[in-house]
Design a protein around this ligand. Structure first.
Ligand code: PGA
Length: 258
């Protein structure tokens, strides 16, 4: 058992209108809104941030965005800044998700600028890293993850490092129903903690949450969350229904007692 507060984040991706999002958020708030042993973050699309923020107001549930731009304002059609998110009571932001990297061409340098801008604005970045299936099969998992972590966190001041959350999401496990085994995931999580330790020192690294993401579901969560360096989950598909997501929160809560 570690001293880190587990974190369960729901990545709703491009799902839920403002009213559907508020409805799901209210259902979650009614069940786990007073849960304090587990940190819970809902990440709806930009268009549902306001309604979801309102729905969870006064509960322990926090709200995150799925992306942002690194610049504060200007001619960036279609983009959203950290200050705009803060204005909607957003506390977290997912950055460098594999879908942003692969579909929208985001590279480590751009993602790094976003991480720094988020921290500057007191938003907690959830930095996603993970290898492709071909990279795992070629034995390159650690190398790929190392580059993404080191470049993604370049220039992060040690004093702000604890605000960062890392999500290890093997790309081949996202939305596919294939999960990394707990041992496979733990191995990469421990490797990531070693990288954090090299950059920020062991004490700080020991306080940074490292989430697992990629087909995490109620039936595999207990085993994953039992691993020493797995501090929670970034949940896609299973975050879209209240029942499954609540079960994942309960799993995280159980992992504290184990
Ligand atoms: P999944 O997505 O749980 O549907 O695999 C996870 C993610 O992409 O963050």
């Amino acid at each position: 058992m570690s001293s880190r507060t587990p974190l369960i984040a729901g990545n709703w991706k491009m799902n839920k209108t403002p009213s559907e999002g508020a409805e799901l958020a209210r259902a979650l708030a009614a069940q786990v809104g007073t849960e304090s042993a587990v940190q819970i973050v809902l990440c709806p699309p930009f268009t549902a941030l306001a309604s979801v923020s309102q729905a969870v107001d006064g509960t322990h549930l926090a709200v995150g965005a799925q992306n942002m731009h690194d610049k504060a304002s200007g001619a960036f059609t279609g983009e959203v800044s950290a200050a705009m998110l803060r204005g909607l009571h957003v506390s977290h932001v997912i950055l460098g998700h594999s879908e942003r990297r692969s579909i929208f061409g985001e590279d480590d340098a751009f993602i790094n600028r976003k991480v720094l801008a988020a921290l500057e604005a007191s938003l907690k970045p959830i930095l996603c890293v993970g290898e492709l299936l071909s990279e795992r099969e070629a034995g390159r998992t650690n190398e790929v993850v190392r580059v993404q972590v080191e470049k993604g966190l370049a220039g992060v001041p040690a004093g702000k490092a604890e605000q960062v959350v890392i999500a290890y999401e093997p790309v081949w496990a996202i939305g596919t129903g294939k999960t990394a085994t707990p041992a496979m995931a733990q191995e990469v999580h421990a490797f990531i903690r070693g990288l954090l330790s090299a950059q920020f020192g062991a004490e700080t690294a020991g306080r940074i949450r490292i989430l697992y993401g990629g087909s995490m579901k109620p039936d595999n969560a207990d085993a994953l969350l039992a691993e020493h360096d797995i501090d929670g989950g970034l949940i896609g598909g299973a975050s879209l229904e209240a029942k499954g997501f609540i079960e994942l929160v309960r799993s995280a809560s159980r992992s504290l007692g184990g």
